[in-house]
Design a protein around this ligand. Structure first.
Ligand code: SER
Length: 400
């Protein structure tokens, strides 16, 4: 086993076992499991994809009674395009699973943090000396979160106080509040510095004291109940517990890391991008999305096109027809999706063919004399509106 990362854990637990341990720990503490739902938010929701476990629970955080009670736990698949540029680093994926817990007006933040500490140290065996917390230090509207601070002090966990980094919101309006984040030291020296000062501190678990509502005019009002919303990325936790250097090395990527390099020779950043985007595309297709020019369909289209661009950079003959069925099947199973692998494959191949035609058209149009010099905004509009060539594609087809 790889021991480059000093979490002093190196568990043999698989990602599935880690998720099960998490859910059972909270079930033993009175939580009911809600079924993890699709990446697609309910109709009428302006957000394209579910971005965190709390997303489907917004009405209940705002006071609607939940049919399963006021202590909930789940495993929710999420998609974040805000992290797209960070994909390929050690800790970010486009599609990932988020473990989450909620107190809907029941217990308060310190209880949640205390259970979190117990699960990480006793349940998963993390050395308490490798933990660091951050806590909201207060601003001109909301006081410091002294309850969380005291809880961490009672466990001897060092705390860093911040302002912006410890305020969580899902967007400009809606439920929000101060949060306390738990970090794990991943360096191969004894822990040093603080989470904002050294990126060897990796965030594992966020506990949000969700008790405010931000209105459209920017003002904050109290929610009808004091909630706690917690979330932790499953693949990230698994990679840390398994002592791996990045999320791409945790067990859920084992088949990807075996089969993809055998198929296409890629440098490490390209390999990570191809694995991340292809896996994400399979899940998005598995939830019923098809490539298109707007909204969710365009997110899917961009994921597939980025894969194709990277693959063909070194060899124009590379294509998705070679993608092993096993990877599609493994991903659909992992995300408990029922779509037929053959359907996913067909969507990928149709999109690949369409992209090939578009590239050919793009090359022909851009060869015209009119487009030889620098392109104006008007040119970009014309290329987009008349020839269906998006700006990023045009740029990728032009010589440096
Ligand atoms: N909503 C918080 C997050 O996404 C905690 O679940 O980090």
């Amino acid at each position: 086993m790889n021991t480059d990362v000093n979490t002093d854990v190196n568990t043999d637990m698989t990602t599935d076992q880690i998720a099960r341990t998490f859910v059972e720990y909270f079930e033993e503490r009175g939580h009911r499991r809600i079924s993890g739902s699709t990446l697609l938010p309910t109709p009428g929701d302006p957000v394209l994809f579910t971005t965190s476990g709390m997303h489907p629970l917004i009405p209940y955080l705002q006071g609607r009674p939940h049919p399963l009670g006021n202590r909930l736990v789940n495993v929710q698949r999420c998609l974040r395009t805000t992290d797209l540029d960070e994909v390929g680093d050690r800790t970010h994926l486009t599609v990932f699973e988020m473990l989450g817990t909620w107190s809907l007006g029941d217990y308060e933040g310190p209880v949640s943090l205390d259970w979190g500490y117990g699960l990480l140290t006793e349940g998963f065996g993390i050395d308490p000396g490798l933990l660091h917390a951050t806590v909201f230090g207060g601003d001109d509207r909301t006081g410091p979160d002294t309850a969380s601070l005291e809880l961490w002090q009672s466990h001897g966990v060092p705390v860093e106080l911040t302002v912006e980094d410890n305020w969580w919101s899902n967007g400009p309006t809606g439920p929000c509040g101060p949060d306390s984040e738990i970090f794990l030291w991943t360096g191969d020296t004894p822990p040093e510095s603080t989470p904002t000062g050294d990126d060897r501190w990796v965030e594992v678990w966020n506990h949000v004291m969700m008790r405010h509502l931000r209105l459209a005019d920017g003002s904050l009002v109290p929610l009808p109940q004091r909630n706690v919303d917690t979330g932790l990325g499953l693949e990230r936790l698994a990679s840390l517990l398994q002592g791996r250097r990045s999320v791409f090395e945790c067990d859920v990527f084992d088949p990807w890391r075996t089969l993809v390099p055998a198929l296409w020779q890629l440098d490490e950043p390209s390999l990570r991008l191809v694995c991340d985007h292809l896996r994400s595309a399979v899940v998005v297709i598995g939830d019923g999305v098809r490539p298109g020019n707007t909204g969710r369909g365009y997110v899917l289209r961009r994921l597939i096109r980025r894969v194709l661009t990277v693959l063909r950079r070194d060899d124009p003959w590379r294509g998705l027809g070679d993608l092993p069925d096993e990877l599609v099947r493994h991903t659909l199973d992992r995300f408990r999706q029922e779509e037929e692998p053959e359907v996913v494959r067909r969507v990928l191949l149709d999109e690949e063919r369409g992209f090939g035609r578009l590239l050919e058209r793009g090359r022909n149009v851009l060869a015209r004399r009119r487009f030889q010099g620098p392109l104006s905004e008007e040119d970009f509009h014309y290329l987009h509106d008349t020839h269906g060539l998006p700006r990023d594609l045009v740029l990728s087809l032009r010589p440096e």
